[in-house]
Design a protein around this ligand. Structure first.
Ligand code: GDP
Ligand code: MG
Length: 718
């Protein structure tokens, strides 16, 4: 028996999207990412209950069952079996109870006190459903507490009940959920293995042996005689039932759950709920994509016209452009700081970092909109809609979730690929997770927006470029033997729509802005200082003449040396070259480099760097598709788990972005000027090359190679 006052460990388990993280955040006061798609919580997270610090709560990844097939299942199952929490709270989505109770039957076998938190009761009540919790309690042998994690209803009684169960965990009632015949067989297995005699979870082990679960078989100490007996029992049962052990148990579970819910759950409404009706429209085969595109346009309209207009004028031009520099520079002059120091602080640091931070309102506005779409449930539909599109190209929709997450930050997108079981798909997703515009890219997209005011497609086009690049890249990679294979099936729950919660939305917006601000205050700050010096010290070692401009500086010298690389892409000048190269470290550098080197980011200065709109577009395309930043490379290296794959990815991103931009720039220039040059020729040759790689038929090689780790091995490295 658990002593009062000693630490109590409680695990939160449940299906994906049942509300575990929402509850976890509420209980512990932490700010874990709440998302509307599976795979958001890949790792377990622990925290202490706010109202009782002796209770440690662990939020587990969402799972449908305790079989060891997916990463989420392995993480959750290992935690439950090895760490032996004092109680498990199973969060069950009350509006989708049938599917959720399947897992409950498995959790009840672990010999650990189980409490069911029947969540989403607000939705259940709104739908007019009736759930007979008393009967469910009796049949499952555990407490069922009605809650709403979102609103905070019933949370205290849930925790009270869990604590009581955890402390009194002397014996856990075993329930016999299956037919008496099957139950007899299981007892027979229990009795055949001597090491199971005193195990609290003997029923669980017996079932796993019946299912021939290889991991459990090897983890149990069974001598060969006992094993032979067990095998004989299972063989006989399989013969009798005409199915394999796993199938027999699965059927039995479903039978139990459907029998249970048929008597305890009464759906209030026959026919479609409001959510279903909305889904009929927004996930419609033909309307789904146009509606998605329309929403993106609306968001951009809001961000471009309202936030980038008056709000940005005030923030970027007035606060960061006048008040702060005037104050600081004035202060420095008053204290007699030297001219160069004043310039370093004023032009270099405040100018460079200020330019990056200048677009913070735009980024915050965009993330606010995305957070609202996520929290109300729409983003889950986007994954569903795009799955349909992707599947047509042989890509898994599951790949799209990390890519969507990558819109906030490529690093979290790349880490999010862990949920993809299939190795080929996982690697391919890591390769393309950074094609979307992350917050750093939004920074330069907002900067260039001054060149395209009134162009309605300017903002959204970058999102569609990202999706387009993912598809093109997927089509090309899938045709190679390294990535070939059918897309993995993609199952996801579409949660009911609900009004977004203010705190969730603000929290998620803040988290994304915070990392942006942190970067501006660290890596960007340091690099602006370095850039300022390199720009102001001439190759002969003295300060450059301010009148002459930066042409004689070390930075200009280096930039000019690099410029030939980018000439075929349309931006072969020193400022853009320096920006593109430093952009490999972090994409915010583009803004600070142009600000410091060109002396500002208004139309005149931008035009003096690039010359034409086509060059600006080429510059943006290159930067969107190339290596996103060092942090993302670090994440990719870890997730790919092999140097060979990492090098392949770096080369691939450089080659892909370079050739793609070259095709765009050369062909666009040709269409505009009608003059055919060597560059145009190369552009067309590359285009034909791309078309070939996309359209060629795939020929499978004998025994195609597997270069990396198998999924199961890779999981162990996490
Ligand atoms: P997890 O995958 O189990 O961690 O689920 P999350 O905590 O990320 O929640 C998934 C979605 O369900 C989010 O959009 C939540 O806002 C929503 N949600 C969670 N609890 C409730 C609830 O009690 N009522 C309603 N209506 N929505 C909820
Ligand atoms: Mg979660």
């Amino acid at each position: 028996m658990k002593k009062e006052n000693s630490k109590i460990k409680i695990a939160l388990a449940g299906n994906p999207n049942s509300g575990k993280t929402t509850l976890f955040n509420r209980l512990t006061g932490s700010k874990q990412y709440v998302g509307n798609w599976p795979g958001v919580t890949v790792e377990k997270k622990s925290g202490f209950y706010k109202k009782d610090k002796d209770i440690e709560i662990t939020d587990l990844p969402g799972i449908y069952s305790l079989s060891p097939y997916t990463l989420e299942e392995v993480v959750s199952r290992n935690f439950l079996i090895n760490e032996k929490p004092d109680a498990i709270i199973d969060i069950v989505d009350g509006s989708n109870i049938e599917r959720n109770l399947y897992l409950a039957t498995q959790l009840s076998e672990l010999g650990i006190p189980l409490i069911i938190g029947l969540n989403m009761m607000d939705v259940v009540r709104k739908n007019g459903d009736k759930i007979d919790t008393k009967t469910i309690e009796k049949r499952l042998g555990c407490k069922v507490i009605e809650i709403s994690a979102l609103r905070g209803d019933g949370i205290d009684s849930l925790m009270q009940a869990s604590k009581t169960e955890a402390i009194n965990s002397k014996e856990v009632k075993e329930i016999k959920a299956f037919s008496t015949h099957l139950e007899d067989i299981l007892v027979n297995i229990e009795n055949s293995v001597s090491s199971l005699k005193d195990s609290k979870a003997k029923r669980w082990y017996a079932i796993k042996l019946f299912e021939r679960d290889p991991k459990i078989k090897s983890s149990l100490k069974i001598n060969s005689q006992e094993l032979a007996r067990v095998e004989k029992i299972v063989d006989a049962a399989e013969e009798e039932f005409g199915d394999d052990g796993e199938g027999i148990i699965t059927d039995a579970r479903y039978e139990f759950v459907s029998d249970l819910t048929s008597t305890t759950v009464i759906k209030g409404r026959k026919g479609l709920t409001k959510s279903d009706r909305i889904d009929r429209l927004v996930t419609n085969r033909f309307l789904g994509l146009p509606i998605f595109a329309g929403i993106i346009f609306l968001i951009y309209y809001f961000v471009a016209v309202i936030v980038n207009g008056p709000v940005n004028d005030w923030w970027a031009d007035h606060v960061l452009g006048e008040i702060v520099p005037d104050f600081v520079v004035g202060l420095m002059e008053k204290f007699g700081a030297s001219l160069w120091l004043t310039s370093l602080v004023g032009e270099g640091i405040i100018g460079g970092v200020g330019a990056v931070l200048g677009f913070l309102p735009v980024i915050a506005g965009l993330f606010l909109c995305i957070a609202i779409l996520e929290d109300c449930g729409y983003m889950a539909r986007v994954a569903f809609i795009l799955d349909r599109v992707f599947r047509r190209f042989g890509l898994s929709g599951k790949s799209f979730i990390p890519i969507l997450i990558g819109c906030g930050c490529s690093v979290s997108g790349i880490t999010g690929t862990r949920t993809i079981e299939n190795d080929n798909d996982r690697r391919m997703t890591i390769f393309s997770a950074a094609f979307m515009p992350c917050s750093a890219k939004v920074d330069y997209i907002a900067m260039f927006a001054v060149m395209f005011t009134g162009v309605w497609w300017y903002g959204p086009i970058w999102y569609f470029l990202g999706i387009f690049a993912v598809i093109i890249s997927g089509l090309i990679l899938k045709k190679t033997s390294y990535f070939h294979g059918d897309p993995a099936p993609f199952v996801m729950e579409l949660p009911e729509y609900h009004l977004p919660s203010l705190s969730n939305v603000l929290e998620s917006t803040w988290q994304r802005c915070k990392s942006f601000i942190t970067k501006a205050g660290t890596i960007i700050l340091v690099s602006t200082i370095v850039i300022w010096f390199l720009k102001n010290i001439s190759t002969s070692g003295s300060f450059v003449d301010f009148e002459e401009g930066a042409q004689t500086s070390i930075l200009a010298y280096l930039g000019m040396k690099l410029a030939f690389i980018f000439k075929p892409l349309g931006f072969g000048n020193w400022i853009a070259s320096v920006a593109a190269v430093l952009g490999l470290v972090a994409k915010e550098e583009l803004v600070s480099v142009i600000e410091i080197c060109a002396g500002g980011v208004s139309p005149n200065e931008i035009m003096s760097v690039f010359g034409t709109n086509i060059s600006i577009f080429a510059f943006m395309i290159f930067n969107q598709l190339t290596i996103p930043c060092f942090a993302a490379l670090g994440a990719a290296k870890e997730e790919l788990g092999s140097k060979k794959w990492f090098r392949a990815m770096v080369l691939y991103l450089i080659g892909f972005s370079y050739s793609f931009t070259l095709i765009f720039y050369q062909i666009a220039t040709f269409i505009k000027t009608r003059s055919f040059t060597l560059g145009t020729f190369v552009g067309f040759v590359l285009l034909i090359g791309y078309l070939y790689l996309i359209l060629r038929p795939y020929k499978a090689k004998e025994g195609s190679v597997n270069m990396g780790l198998s999924s199961v091995e890779a999981y162990k490295n996490i």
